[in-house]
Design a protein around this ligand. Sequence first.
Ligand SMILES: [Fe+2]
Ligand SMILES: [Fe+2]
Length: 229
Amino acid sequence: MALYAIGDLHLSMSADKPMDVFGARWENHVEKLREGFSALTQDDVCVLCGDLSWGMSIADCLDDFRFIASLPGRKIVLKGNHDYWWTTRAKAERFFAENGIEGIEILNNNCVMYDEKTAVCGTRGWFYEEETGAAHDKKIMEREIGRLETSLKAAGDAEKLCFLHYPPIFRDYICREMLDMLSAYGVRRCFYGHIHGLGHKFAVEGLNYGVDYRLVSADYVDFRPVRVL
Ligand SMILES: [Fe+2]
Ligand SMILES: [Fe+2]
């Protein structure tokens, strides 16, 4: 059994959203993902770090979830800024059960145990793009920090690996509240997505403030899930 992560599948099997408009790297990206996932076995686990589907409702995402379920291994999914279909964990789980979709778990206000001593923790996170200073933005930020803490707390004494959609650290931006939370719970490794194309060169990777960061957005990692454990 091995643990992997990849973000930003940006699927649109039922919606008219060709991804190659975002650059040549995205041409045939579904095929590239299928190929990338062929390195995994049914025993493996892969965390999908948000921006799963362009579908506007969960019903629009049926073919995308069928595709995700068809890839080898168990999947743990968290929310990205483009996941408009996302409502509640209970609704997603009911939708999966009603449609025979197996092996996809939702990471939101919880943690998912990878094995007895390792917990997959995380949330969507917060990004400077939204840092406009308005009061309601602060509320969103606090909610995300709260979700991260709930997730980390749920992991108890297990080793906590953190998976986010937004990078808590990017270019010259640092989300101090997120970093403090990671540090308070002893997180040493953090994986994130969201950053595409030209943004890649500003991505922060490696050891920063005691945490090892890794960008795993699909176009950055050539559509191959990155081995975590
Ligand atoms: Fe995103
Ligand atoms: Fe994305």
